[in-house]
Design a protein around this ligand. Structure first.
Ligand code: HEM
Length: 199
């Protein structure tokens, strides 16, 4: 007789499956925002990206997230987004004032925030292509925030997934990571809505 033992879903699988609708929502917001219709529109996207990245990098100071994700030094695109805003400054682009939204967020929720930011580097490959073709920007001018990390998108992403799925992160903490991911998607959605005056 065969006994089939079902293994519990990995955290990376749960994140992908259970936040899929929130990812879809990002697509529809981007569709409505038309961030690549003009450089001026794109500058609003970069401002939203900058504030989101600032929220994410704010979490890096916590030693417990550094334990969970030991290669944080290669992650995060706050400085890249800020440099892009400087490139686009002649369009009147500026970051604007925004309070840090991740204040008080700690592990395990923090890992969910990082998941959303790191995952977005995958979709960014497509966005970068569009920005290059439509707006004439590049990884070194205006679109640094969408560039791949120097090691390459896939390698850095797979390493992140391996951290998500470490047995040292107990299953009892997975729900909190999912809640953190939902909050991070919520924040990015909120920024897009405000920077593009969507409702
Ligand atoms: C129109 C805009 C977007 C497009 C076209 C897009 C596209 C994609 C694609 C194709 C992937 C899968 C890549 C792969 O499996 O190799 C992906 C993954 C992901 N994207 Fe997006 N994306 C967009 C916007 C966003 C935004 C705004 C966020 C968050 C702020 C985001 C977060 C994620 C995450 C977390 C994943 C990883 C999913 C997983 O495998 O667990 N995406 N995206």
């Amino acid at each position: 007789m065969n006994t089939v033992t079902e293994r519990p879903a990995l955290l990376s699988e749960r994140l992908k499956n259970e936040t899929g609708e929130l990812h879809e929502l990002m697509h529809s917001l981007m569709e409505r925002a038309q961030p690549f219709a003009s450089r001026a529109n794109y500058a609003r996207f970069v401002a939203a990206q900058y504030h989101f990245q600032r929220d994410v990098e704010h979490l890096f100071a916590d030693p417990s997230i550094r334990d969970a994700v030991p290669d944080l030094q290669v992650r995060g695109r706050e400085a890249a987004a800020l440099a892009d805003l400087a490139d686009l400054a002649d369009l009147g682009a500026s970051a604007g004032e925004e309070a840090i939204a991740s204040q008080g967020v700690a592990m395990p929720e923090a890992l969910g925030w990082l998941y959303v930011s790191e995952g977005s580097t995958l979709g960014a490959a497509f966005l970068l292509k569009e920005v290059k073709e439509k707006l004439g920007l590049s990884e070194t001018y205006g679109a640094r925030n969408l560039a791949a990390y120097p090691e390459g998108r896939a390698i850095v992403w797979r390493r992140f997934v391996s951290f998500l799925d470490r047995p040292s992160l107990p299953q009892s903490e997975h729900e909190a990571v999912l809640a953190g991911a939902a909050a991070a998607y919520g924040r990015f959605g909120d920024l897009l809505r405000r920077y593009f005056a969507l409702n």
